[in-house]
Structure formats: C-alpha cells, structure tokens
Design a protein around this ligand. Structure first.
Ligand code: SF4
Ligand code: SF4
Length: 125
C-alpha cells in the first residue's frame, strides 16, 4: 500500500498557530511553563496555551536544532492530529522552500503515517 511518511522536516512546527489544551498541559507540564496562557475569555477546551507564535521564536519552542520535537511522546493533541502529506503539511513545506512530501510504498502493516507537527524520525514522523 502507499502512504505518506513524515520526514521530520519540522516545517509545520513554525507554519501555523499552535495551541495546547489544559489536558495537554496535564500530560506535559512544560506546556504550562513555556507556553503562553491565553486570556480567560479566549480559553476553550482545546485552546488554553499558545505555543506558536511566541516572541523570539521562529518555530515552536519545543522544536530543537535538529528539527526534533523535544516533547514528542507527550506532544499536544493538535500535533498528534496533524497528518503528514495532507494539504497543511504540503503547504508548510512549500512555504519553507521544501519539495512536496512524496508517497511511499509500504509492505505489511502500515507504518505511522501521521505526523503532528514535527519530528521524531524514530517513529516515522
Ligand atoms: S510537534 Fe512538538 S515541536 Fe512541533 S509544534 Fe508540536 S509540540 Fe511543537
Ligand atoms: S508533517 Fe510536518 S514535519 Fe512531517 S513532513 Fe509534514 S511538514 Fe514536515
């Protein structure tokens, strides 16, 4: 079968507004420490902390110099839902000057085809 496999380019971690919820922060306490809490009237169930854009950051502050997510295992839900190869991924890559992500052929069980903003190549994202 064919699918997309995230190549860990990290483009999506600096291309869109990125928000995390209170439950994301309960799973990953660094979100509370390093994200910006929204004003109360802006808080929703899914949006409590803003991770990007933030001052002095060209991408999410959890992205390291090697384009790896330093909280990958506990990353926000919005990052887990981000699909490698879908239009937002391809658009982020285009804006970063990268070629489109190509379809890859996989045999047997499908490998991890979703990304969720950025970068753990060890899990196929
Ligand atoms: S995957 Fe990690 S580095 Fe990328 S936006 Fe999400 S939390 Fe930030
Ligand atoms: S999901 Fe993000 S990190 Fe993965 S290929 Fe697409 S833009 Fe790059």
């Amino acid at each position: 079968m064919s699918t997309y496999e995230c190549d860990g380019c990290g483009a999506c971690c600096g291309a869109y507004l990125i928000f995390a919820s209170e439950s994301d922060a309960a799973r990953e306490p660094r979100i509370r420490d390093e994200g910006r809490r929204l004003a109360d009237h802006l808080v929703t169930e899914r949006w409590t902390y803003q991770l990007f854009p933030l001052p002095f950051h060209s991408s999410c502050g959890f992205l390291d110099a090697d384009k790896r997510c330093t909280i990958y295992e506990t990353r926000p839900e919005v990052c887990r839902e981000f699909a490698a190869g879908a239009d937002p991924c391809q658009d982020a890559r285009r804006r970063a000057g990268l070629p489109p992500l190509s379809v890859v052929e996989v045999s047997g069980q499908s490998r991890n085809a979703d990304a969720g903003n950025s970068a753990s190549r060890t899990t196929g994202h």
